[in-house]
Design a binder for this molecule. Structure first.
Ligand SMILES: [Zn+2]
Length: 434
């Protein structure tokens, strides 16, 4: 296990490690970081410390965006002269203004170090040939993964600027054994392989897939579908440009571990902001410890998670385990007649129905109540509306308005699948007859 001492420690050792890291970082931020100096200006000088973390204000993405708008191009969340910085990336947000994130060399090394934990947990070794099916644009995505794969000593195959067909050819010719991409794209790439008469599981030698960018690989039905199509073991990795590569699934397939060597995790009740009990869903709030060049302290991720009671995972790690990984976005929750529904529930549901290829969800409001319009498309012309309505009623306990679309009419995604549209504030209604 990579850095085993930092993943199998007891509670006291974890807290001592996090305390030392956080307190040293906080002292540096008070001295060098204008954003946190301003944020903490009204606190006593010794207040930003680990043992009083809960007293510190949250950091929100909107604040970082406003700060960058007021102090272009990078804002004030910097702890060194700009000449020290070596990497610029921006968030892949499907809506709104992207946030720029910058790293100095130490920050970039830290990203690669965090990815080593992920690759190690997935069993990737220096003997592997790793295909990164990723566009290598401004989104940080798998850039840091590529850095880490290189440092591990495995062969990296950068699949940017290639069509799916070209990626498949490269994977076959170079003997790729590991595939890194979004879960949606793994499903799509297997579809493309099938169109070419290839069976991904039989004809390509992929043994491990690691997925980021969307929660799909943490959803059992999606994970099983990827594993069946590829004949591989699929691993989940949640991360965020502004926070870091903070989590990964393990061989025990129990959920997602937080890398507590490099991150402090809190799970809060989104309404009261009080710590949430183990087993109850709450918002994940993260503090990164190794990126003082672009830090976040008590960052509201908006991700809904459910932490397990602390203990030893079957994989041997004692770090915090999130059951089922990221369960959804706190702002994507739709309440239909008292039932809280996350769009990710539909991903799981549709992946379990043979013949359904894509779907799209639109939240709207009728009679002041949340409603959901669900569009889906199949690989054939069979009318599945009654079957799908029944499955939604049985598994989620809700009724939705439903439309079956013609094959290949809904968009496909390489990065950040966007299948949920919130139009509750717009007065939008689905067309009659759907
Ligand atoms: Zn584990």
């Amino acid at each position: 296990m990579f850095n085993a001492a930092l993943q199998t420690w007891d509670e006291d050792t974890r807290q001592a490690h996090q305390r030392a890291r956080f307190d040293a970082m906080a002292a540096r931020l008070r001295a060098d970081n204008a954003f946190y100096r301003a944020k903490w200006a009204s606190l006593p000088p010794d207040a930003p410390r680990y043992d009083a973390l809960a007293a510190l204000p949250f950091t929100r993405k909107a604040e970082l965006l406003a700060d960058q708008a007021a102090h272009p191009p990078f804002g004030t969340n910097l702890s060194a002269d700009l000449t020290q910085y070596v990497r610029v990336h921006q968030t892949s947000g499907t809506t709104g203004t992207p946030l720029r994130v910058v790293d100095d060399q130490a920050g970039w090394d830290w990203w690669a170090e965090c990815w080593r934990y992920i690759l190690d947990a997935a069993g990737v070794t220096r003997d592997d040939v790793v295909m990164l099916a990723f566009s290598f644009g401004p989104f940080i995505g798998f850039w840091a993964a590529q850095e880490a794969v290189g440092r591990l000593g495995a062969l990296t195959l950068a699949g940017g600027g290639m069509t799916s067909a070209q990626r498949l050819t490269a994977m076959r010719e170079l003997g790729a054994t590991v595939l890194l991409c979004t879960p949606s794209y793994a499903l799509h790439l297997a579809e493309v392989a099938a169109e070419q008469g290839l069976d991904a599981a039989r004809d390509l030698g992929i043994r491990v897939t690691v997925h980021a960018g969307e929660p799909g690989a943490g959803i059992p039905a999606t994970r099983e579908r990827i594993e069946t199509l590829w004949g591989a073991t699929a691993y989940d990795h949640p991360g965020a440009s502004e926070v870091g590569a903070f989590g990964f699934s393990c061989s025990a397939r129990a959920g997602v571990h937080i890398n507590e060597a490099e991150f402090i995790a809190e799970v809060l009740d989104p309404a009261t902001e009080a710590p949430q009990r183990a087993g109850e869903p709450g918002e994940l709030v993260l503090t990164n410890l190794g990126r003082p060049c672009f830090p976040v302290v008590r960052y509201r991720t908006g991700d809904v998670v459910r932490a397990r009671e602390r203990g030893v995972c079957a994989c041997g790690r004692t770090t915090l385990l999130l059951d089922g990984g990221i369960l959804g976005r706190s702002d994507d929750m739709v309440t239909i007649r008292g039932v809280n529904v996350f769009p990710s529930a539909f991903l799981e549901l549709f992946n379990g129905i043979a013949g359904v290829a894509e779907h799209r969800l639109t939240a709207y409001r009728a009679d002041h109540l949340d409603q959901l319009h669900v569009e889906f498309e199949c690989t054939d012309a069979v009318d599945r509306r009654a079957q799908v309505a029944q499955i939604i009623r049985d598994s989620l306990g809700i009724r939705v308005s439903l439309a079956q679309c013609p094959p290949d009419s809904l968009p496909r995604f390489e990065l950040k699948a966007r299948r949920f549209f919130d139009r509750r504030a717009e007065g939008w209604q689905p067309a009659r007859g759907t």
